[in-house]
Design a binder for this molecule. Structure first.
Ligand code: ATP
Length: 245
């Protein structure tokens, strides 16, 4: 069975995430996609995020009715004994430990997040542990993907130069690592955009599943002046773990 892990802050989950997951499901015949909201302890936050329970609730609501999409508590804050994985490599290994050996495991990620991969914990091990599905977004090239790889896997600049104008599509297989590049889904939305609009009292419904829009309305989650939820993330803080940012 083909299974994918889709990690993110999901603050909030939006149509862009669902479009990417839907496209990946179709192309790779995924029978399960685990949406894994990241636990981000306050001392590790470079920007402020909504508490885990709100982000998880919105993920669970958004996945209603999608048989293959599952909300995951893998990274939920827990007791010491249930310590959540701190890095993606740990999350992947935990998933591996309970999935049947015959399952084919993928790691789904947007290209902007992938560009930081070399700074993550054990990037080579992570890339070898699962196949990556990298979702394209406008403006990124095949060369960007290759140049983002950790140094030991990165092709020389002369090799990638011809690909700077080539859109990120197709498959890249390098040194035991497989990257599948998923074509742009054209859902041009980010969670930052949603938080900013909500904080300013502007409409957000077009970017969100109805259930999530309703949840945000009812909880005033991103209302300006409510403290911690107003958009303020810089692009560099996009990655979910401080050790991976
Ligand atoms: P923020 O604006 O807060 O940084 P985000 O919209 O990028 O958030 P995340 O939860 O950080 O949402 O994203 C989880 C994953 O989904 C990341 O790998 C990100 O690149 C990818 N992603 C988010 N939005 C889109 C989109 N519109 N199209 C394709 N991939 C996306």
């Amino acid at each position: 069975m083909n299974v994918a892990i889709f990690g993110g802050t999901f603050d909030p989950i939006h149509r862009g995430h669902l479009a990417v997951a839907g496209a990946a499901r179709q192309r790779f015949d995924l029978k399960r996609i685990y949406f894994v909201p990241a636990d981000i302890p306050p001392h590790k936050q470079k920007a402020r995020f909504s508490p885990f329970h709100h982000r998880y609730a919105m993920v669970a609501l958004a996945l209603q009715g999608e048989k293959e999409f599952l909300p995951s508590l893998m990274e939920a804050p827990g007791e010491e004994a249930l310590r959540p994985p701190s890095f993606s490599i740990e999350t992947v290994r935990r998933f591996r430990s309970f999935l049947p050996r015959s399952d084919r495991l993928f790691f789904l990620i947007g290209i902007d997040a992938f560009l930081d991969i070399a700074k993550w914990r054990e990037p080579e091990a992570l890339l070898r542990e699962t196949e990556f599905i990298v979702a394209a977004r406008p403006g990124f090239s095949l060369a960007d993907v290759a140049n983002a790889l950790p140094e030991s896997l990165r092709p020389a600049k002369e090799v990638t130069k011809p690909f700077t104008r080539q859109p990120a599509t197709g498959d890249v297989v390098l040194g035991g690592v497989t990257l599948h590049l998923l074509a742009d889904t054209h859902e041009n939305v980010s969670a930052t955009q949603v938080r900013t609009a909500a904080a300013a009292g502007r409409a957000t419904a077009r970017w969100l599943p109805d259930s999530v829009a309703e949840y945000i309305r009812k909880t005033h989650l991103y209302k300006a002046g409510r403290g911690i939820h107003v958009a303020e993330k810089a692009p560099a803080a996009r990655r979910r773990k401080s050790g991976e940012a």
